[in-house]
Design a protein around this ligand. Structure first.
Ligand code: SF4
Length: 244
């Protein structure tokens, strides 16, 4: 042990840093849409649109997760043309950066082993691919890059991060129809907001993990899980699902 050394955890400074990272987030009802809200859980988009307070179970943990993502983005945004604001149909999007094509960046703890072939990307990173599709349509382009920073590579030892760039080429019609569909979701949510009715459609299961609107969804999610369990039991009874 070193003599004359004092080490202690400084909770006060930690709290101050977290406060500064968080900024001042007063709940507000927005007046235009963001691409990210057109592709996420519809319930979350509804709560955001109606200015519902964002109250995650563990605010510090969520703040640190956001900070980690932002820090990685900052380092990975290597092209000078970055954080490009684009608009279409009163929806705003922010393209992470642009090299030869628009680039959407995603950092993830998902293992690279989940993406055995590039064609699996839309299934594994559905939300991000949908976001990229929106940007491409807004920009009137048909190909873009999804750049995925796998924080822990494929989890084999020794752990090494891995970076992959998936160039995706779409047909214009496919992008147009996708955008049209996203706009119908926007219309639906605004209509439901006027009726004070929360939509039933959720997003990817992982969206719930750190969601600050979970306190609004607990009963709904419990009921849904119960219904899913009943459905599964029925399917087992009908012989559609066989347990081995
Ligand atoms: S808790 Fe889940 S279902 Fe509810 S708003 Fe959040 S992401 Fe959607």
């Amino acid at each position: 042990m070193l003599k004359n050394l004092k080490v202690y955890e400084n909770e006060e400074t930690r709290a101050e840093v977290l406060r500064m990272l968080r900024g001042y987030n007063k709940p507000y009802a927005p007046n235009h849409w963001h691409v990210s809200k057109l592709v996420c859980c519809q319930r979350a988009a509804y709560f955001w649109w109606t200015g519902t307070p964002w109250q995650p179970e563990d605010m510090d943990a969520v703040q640190l997760l956001f900070s980690r993502g932002k820090a990685h983005h900052y380092v990975l945004e290597v092209y000078p043309n970055k954080n490009i604001e684009i608009w279409k149909d009163n929806v705003v999007g922010h393209v992470d950066m642009r090299g030869d094509r628009p680039v959407e960046i995603f950092t993830t703890t998902v293992g690279l082993n989940r993406v055995q072939v590039p064609l699996a990307v839309p299934q594994v990173f559905t939300m991000k691919v949908n976001q990229l599709k929106c940007y491409l349509h807004m920009l009137n382009e048909s190909s873009g890059d999804l750049m995925v920073f796998y924080l822990f590579g494929d989890y084999s030892r020794p752990i090494k991060p891995e970076l992959k760039v998936y160039t995706m080429e779409f047909e214009e019609e496919q992008l147009r129809l996708h955008w049209k569909y996203r706009l119908t979701i926007r219309e639906k949510i605004m209509l439901l907001a006027n009726l004070d009715e929360v939509p039933d459609e959720t997003g990817e299961f992982y969206e719930c993990i750190n969601c600050g609107y979970k306190y609004k969804c607990i009963e709904f999610l419990q009921e849904r899980r119960a219904l899913e369990a009943i459905g599964l039991i029925e399917r087992i009874k009908d012989g559609e699902v066989i347990l081995e």
